[in-house]
Design a protein around this ligand. Sequence first.
Ligand SMILES: *Cc1c(COP(=O)(O)O)cnc(C)c1O
Length: 433
Amino acid sequence: MNYYSTNKKTSAVSLQEAVVKGLAADKGLFMPATVETLPQEFYDSIDTLSFQETAFRVAEAFFGEDVPADVLRQIVCDTLNFDVPLVRVTEDVYSLELFHGPTLAFKDVGARFMARLLGYFIRKERHGQVDVLVATSGDTGSAVANGFLGVEGIRVHVLYPQGKVSEIQEKQFTTLGRNITAIEVDGTFDDCQALVKAAFMDEELNRHLSLTSANSINVARFLPQAFYYFYAYAQLKRIGKAQNVVVCVPSGNFGNITAGLFAKKMGLPVKRFIAANNRNDIFYRYLQTGTYTPRPSIATIANAMDVGDPSNFARIIDLYGNSHAAITADISGATYTDEQIRETVAQTWRTSGYLLDPHGACGYRALSESLQPGETGIFLETAHPAKFLETVEGIVGERVEVPAKLQAFMKGEKRSLPMHKDFASFKRYLLSL
Ligand SMILES: *Cc1c(COP(=O)(O)O)cnc(C)c1O
């Protein structure tokens, strides 16, 4: 299947090119040429399928033309070696727990899938070595580094701002070793991003190395997120609650919710979506006014959603043919202050005994406030609360148990390469590889 650019100023490319390039030449985002509706028979029997089998059927619709079935099945099974359980929180509200992967956040799904698909293309082309550059303010680095760990033919270089990521986050990508190098830049996240961008533009480097990015806009990271929407529906169907399903997604760059909108387009019976925002309410305002006005992001306690110009907005616009009416028919919005997020975490813990993380709290609250009689709601719990230990313990006033997986990272030894923020040092490093 071909992938076209949302800017429509370049011709469509193959899956392989879309995955290796990440962004289209005209700076648009890649979109699959067709979105296949899955057969009724699939939806009728979905509650009898495993997560991996469900995901494979969805993956085939997008990647089946370009990747042999046995390879694709293996990629899906390797990616999803953890569960995504649906957990009841109140009468009609369920949490889709996306935090059971290696770094305890939903980005594990996309990062693991992309690593394996890219690995397949590299082996197929006998490409030698590919170098993935990724700048991170915390969570992306850990998901990408762990997703690519041990994948043959790929070296990953994670650039992060010294002293500006939490200790837990830092440990998740500086303790891995093998094909992962953590580069500690004496600057800000923006400096890290600027270094990565400059490297992609540098002709000499591109002659010397095959550079690619593992950015969240990559189709191989973004589309696999559709898998768990189908599995969430299947789990509701098993308990006879699959009518009038409403799905609420805590959103920042809007990749996660866009994957859900693709699932709906493939026929998944979701009645409507809710995009829950923190104070970064650019999309919320677009829904209210029809005007999209990016603004600099505001720091909040749900920091993975601190985005002032959501990159996947272009995909939503494209998917709905640029119709504000069509978008608002399927999606509503909500926006919460840090104070409201705190209140929600505390109250839900007190009344239901369910511990939300600050991102999931936006989702839970938006869903609870909007759910109508006869509807069943799912919100996406995008990270484990222990990833935001200080914040969450401060809110509930109790010790929060840290999962063994997270503790194991904490025990590892940090290894990083100090780097000056000027491009010359970074270029020297890359040329020496
Ligand atoms: C990345 C992230 C989000 C936002 O997801 P988008 O796909 O960017 O909308 C929400 N919650 C957590 C915990 C995240 O890490």
